[in-house]
Design a protein around this ligand. Structure first.
Ligand SMILES: Cc1cc2nc3c(=O)[nH]c(=O)nc-3n(C[C@H](O)[C@H](O)[C@H](O)COP(=O)(O)O)c2cc1C
Length: 373
């Protein structure tokens, strides 16, 4: 079947039709009035790239080295909890893409597929993402588990000291301990393909939590992560350590001083603080403050190949996307994911040709319109 996904907006539109509101709202929604979600994409649209002409732009390479590893593209999958509510095999599809196309994959603490399984599918591509949810012993056992599974990169997410209210989830009745009421029944009944598939596969369960005892509590405070904890984690974790969800320059400078290997500039896709500035707007100052060599990742609002290039131009070394991958899976399953990956890669490479560069290391802030000679 020919894919109808030519860009992430196609994936979003199709997914919104094929998924129950309960699920599409969980993926698409943000906190508050969702001004932050809109602002994240609008901020990319305000950035303009300078086209250059008459340069030799063939062949081009999208290969990027990051934290000592080579990836085929400078973009990857941001960690997302409960991906398997979109499709029972969503995690596996993502891991398959990570392996087949050499792309890094963030695996959430709240994932429905265990780190051991994901790492077996995509060795050396899985970055385990840690939320410090209580009890702390259990959270630390996840760090050991990720290490034993062979993960070389740990991502500590620090922008969820308290999970914010997502109004759509409240309206639609999206809860981890799912309860079926008349609204949810109607929603699921009017999406029979989705509902039968999920019924057949069984309800996805959090893979990194026992079913009893320290079971996953989505609303639990994650404020246990503080500066002292970070120092301890740095001393304990010998692999690469990345801090995700940083938007303040003073925080970033202190994190760098502690010896964290990379900072992930993110406002959690507008899901935590509605009035947070767009991460892409913060990035140039962050790059300036941390110096030209310090590894920086960016996410929140990246929707196309040109956005990826804009993030690189503004100072990112690596760029992550969240929702678009889930939209693609919700729209067309594994083949939808492949269509989106192809579109992003093609558009990134084509945009590189437009600005006259042949590899990622040539991308600089000189490629912005405002910096052109
Ligand atoms: C459905 C969903 C679940 C998420 N779960 C997590 C999570 O478990 N851990 C985490 O660090 N970030 C999580 N995030 C945030 C993403 O990692 C990422 O920061 C955000 O989606 C980027 O914005 P974008 O969706 O506009 O690309 C989640 C995002 C979504 C959409």
């Amino acid at each position: 079947m020919t894919s109808r996904i030519h860009c992430s907006e196609d994936a979003q539109q199709i997914a919104l039709r094929r998924l129950p509101k309960l699920i599409s709202g969980f993926v698409e929604g943000g906190t508050g009035r969702e001004v932050g979600v809109l602002n994240n994409t609008a901020a990319f649209d305000r950035i303009k790239l300078q086209a250059r002409v008459l340069r030799k732009v063939d062949p081009r390479s999208t290969v990027q080295r990051f934290l000592g590893q080579e990836y085929s593209v400078p973009f990857g999958v941001a960690p997302m909890g409960m991906c398997n509510v979109v499709h029972p095999r969503a995690d596996q599809f993502l891991a398959g893409m990570a392996k087949n196309h050499n792309i890094p994959l963030g695996l959430s603490t709240a994932a429905s597929t265990a780190v051991e399984k994901m790492q077996a599918i995509a060795p050396d591509r899985v970055w385990f993402q840690l939320y410090l949810v209580p009890p702390i012993d259990h959270a630390m056992s996840l760090v050991d588990r990720a290490e034993a599974a062979g993960c070389k990169t740990l991502v500590l997410t620090v922008d969820v000291p308290q999970i914010s209210r997502r109004i759509r989830d409240l309206r639609n009745g999206f809860e981890v301990d799912f309860k079926m009421g008349p609204r949810q029944f109607f929603d699921l009944a009017t999406h029979p393909v989705y509902s039968l598939r999920m019924l057949w596969a069984g309800r996805p369960e959090p893979a990194h939590f026992p079913k009893t005892g320290s079971k996953f509590d989505r609303s639990a405070s994650r404020a246990l992560a503080d500066w002292e904890f970070l120092q301890n984690l740095r001393d304990r974790w010998k692999g690469h350590l990345i801090l995700k969800g940083v938007t303040s320059i003073p925080d970033a400078l202190r994190i760098k001083d502690i010896g964290v290997d990379a900072i992930w500039v993110s406002n959690h896709g507008g899901r935590q603080l509605d009035s947070a500035p767009a991460s892409i707007d913060i990035l140039p100052d962050m790059r300036h403050a941390l110096g030209p060599e310090y590894p920086l990742i960016l996410d929140s609002g990246v929707r196309g190949g040109e956005d990826i290039l804009k993030a690189l131009v503004c100072g990112a070394n690596f760029v992550m996307l969240g929702r678009p991958w889930l939209y693609a899976i919700g729209a067309e399953g594994e083949s939808g994911l492949e269509s989106l990956r192809e579109a992003l890669t093609f558009d990134l490479s084509a945009a590189m040709a437009q600005i006259g560069v042949t590899n990622i290391s040539e991308v600089t802030k000189e490629n912005l319109v405002s910096f052109s000679e």
